[in-house]
Write a new protein. Structure first.
Length: 144
């Protein structure tokens, strides 16, 4: 269930080790007002879905959903955090904006908020979407 009082300090799906961002959502660029994501809870085996078609599916949730089975994600390794932002799949425009902001490692990037990044020249909603998608692929996110 989605909580109306969604609070990042509480146990939510996006912070759970069993939750992964949906592949479909990774390719979807949400509108700028949308602050949600769709993913799959992999706490339990997939359930049978349309037996005649013959495939299974995991439970779909939004990033701010919650349940009683929460288990925090493992902390990212120092090796991942030490990587250069150039190793991320970013556009030249996004990368240059990060360079101007003196963000050269993934660790420094995760210390920035959306607001911090959007205040950088030539860093807009598209760049923000690229960064959030790449961080999500690594199991990371921007500072709240």
């Amino acid at each position: 269930m989605t909580r109306p009082d969604a609070d990042k300090s509480k146990e939510q799906c996006e912070d759970c080790r069993y939750w992964t961002l949906s592949e479909d959502y990774r390719e979807y660029k949400p509108p700028s007002w949308a602050n949600y994501a769709i993913g799959w809870c992999k706490r339990y085996p997939p359930s049978k879905y349309m037996e005649q078609v013959g495939f299974s599916i995991h439970h779909e949730t939004e990033n701010d959903d919650w349940c009683g089975e929460f288990k925090a994600k493992d902390k990212p390794s120092d090796e991942i955090l030490a990587r250069s932002v150039r190793t991320m799949n970013l556009s030249v425009r996004s990368w240059k904006a990060l360079k101007r902001a003196e963000v050269d490692t993934i660790a420094k990037l995760t210390e920035k908020s959306e607001y911090d990044l959007l205040c950088q020249r030539n860093f807009g909603q598209t760049s923000l979407w690229e960064v959030k998608k790449n961080l999500a692929d690594l199991g990371l996110r921007l500072k709240d």
